[in-house]
Design a protein around this ligand. Structure first.
Ligand SMILES: NC(=O)c1ccc[n+]([C@@H]2O[C@H](COP(=O)([O-])OP(=O)(O)OC[C@H]3O[C@@H](n4cnc5c(N)ncnc54)[C@H](O)[C@@H]3O)[C@@H](O)[C@H]2O)c1
Ligand SMILES: O=P(O)(O)OC[C@H](O)CO
Length: 346
């Protein structure tokens, strides 16, 4: 039987994932906020603002009517920016039945309550069953997926059947899907890597080299893992696609919006100038604010996040932010390793 999927969000990511599902023989309805996007898809088979030059399959049916988008579908994929996530789920709530399986592909945190987005889903749509929820994350730029370039991602769910159902729905010859039971780690890896991508962009914008970027990525992963473990993630998840995999793609790719925003900051633009020059979401800005507050709340050391927070929200210059990082007191690379090493006993 043909699977039918509702995709909520017609930006770059929602559209690229709708294409994967259409390629896999699914009937896909895709909700766009703006009627112009619907009209363009219907008349031109393109979504030129978000995926220029890409022809969309005929089996993607766009609509600006949320109820119409959802009606009769067994699976729902949510791919809206984190700032609009709670409201979108609230609006969806009226139309979602309790047996539907829902996966989200948004990389961010709830800005007000500092919780993960699957937790927001359950708050806003109480009839949803936790076993029916999943998260899709990993190193995946929409521009490449829409060109059917080989890509690997992770589907995380606390329920194996749900994880494998979405694995089967999305997987094909250019889109390889792994499963993982660690929803916490998958969501945090995807949200927090955006902060480090901003840092990598700032570093490049300042004219620093590969050494600095490798340092940011490695030490960045360290602080992502530190906060992740505190919040209940499994350490190994950060060594996988949702952790180091996504960090590599987002810190080194010309497609990365977070890197591009950071690059302009490093070149001396203000955050307002950067945001007005970009027509796509820069999740790292919101993630920095949320992670900074979480780090304070849980007493987790996150020096890179703190430095980027000072640049974004406290008027510190990017160069001064780097000086803050390089001038920190000396530490072991890994406190845990130093602690268990017999030969290091004092
Ligand atoms: N683009 C990628 O390559 C990619 C890959 C993986 C994950 N993601 C994640 O997917 C999410 C969506 O990103 P994107 O790249 O599609 O963004 P985008 O900037 O390409 O498009 C954003 C879409 O969301 C809509 N939107 C904007 N504000 C909204 C709101 N308040 N409520 C509902 N809809 C709103 C816009 O109209 C647009 O359709 C982000 O969390 C992003 O991190 C993106
Ligand atoms: O373009 P970015 O920086 O928002 O990253 C997009 C994806 O999250 C990469 O996996």
């Amino acid at each position: 039987m043909q699977s039918s999927v509702a995709v909520i969000g017609a930006g770059s990511w929602g559209t690229a994932l709708a294409m994967v599902l259409a390629d896999n023989g699914c009937k896909v309805s895709m909700w766009a906020r703006r009627q112009e996007v619907v009209d363009e898809i219907l008349s031109e088979r393109s979504n030129s603002k978000y995926l220029p030059g890409i022809r969309l399959p005929e089996t993607i049916y766009p609509t600006a009517d949320l109820q119409h988008a959802i009606k009769g579908h067994h699976y729902v994929l949510v791919a809206v920016p984190s700032v609009g996530f709670r409201n979108t789920m609230r609006e969806l709530s009226a139309f979602l039945s309790s047996d539907v399986k829902v996966i989200h592909a948004t990389k961010g945190l709830d800005k007000d309550n500092l919780i993960r987005l699957s937790q927001v889903m359950l708050e806003e749509v109480p009839q949803l069953k936790p076993v029916n929820l999943a998260v899709l994350t990993g190193p995946s730029h929409a521009e490449e997926v829409s060109r059917r370039s080989p890509t690997t991602v992770v589907v995380a769910s606390q329920n194996r059947v749900t994880a494998e159902t979405f694995q089967d729905l999305f997987m094909n010859s250019y889109f390889r899907v792994y499963t993982n039971p660690d929803v916490v780690g998958a969501e945090l890896g995807g949200a927090l890597k955006n902060i480090i991508a901003l840092g990598a962009g700032i570093s490049d914008g300042l004219g620093f080299g590969d050494n600095a970027k490798a340092a940011l990525m490695t030490r960045g992963l360290m602080e992502i893992s530190r906060l992740g473990l505190q919040l209940g993630a499994a350490q190994m998840t950060f060594a996988g696609l949702a952790g180091i995999g996504d960090l590599i793609v987002t810190c080194t790719s010309k497609h990365s919006r977070n890197w591009r925003a950071g690059y302009q900051l490093g070149q001396g633009k203000t955050i307002d100038e950067v945001l007005s020059s970009m027509n796509m979401v820069v999740e790292g800005i919101y993630a920095t604010k949320a992670a900074f507050q979480l780090a304070e709340r849980h007493q987790v050391e996150m020096p890179i996040t703190t430095a980027i927070h000072s640049v974004l929200f406290e008027g510190r210059s990017p160069r001064a932010g780097v000086e803050d990082l390089m001038g920190r007191g000396k530490t072991h690379e890994m406190e845990e390793v130093a602690r268990i090493s017999m030969s290091w006993e004092s």
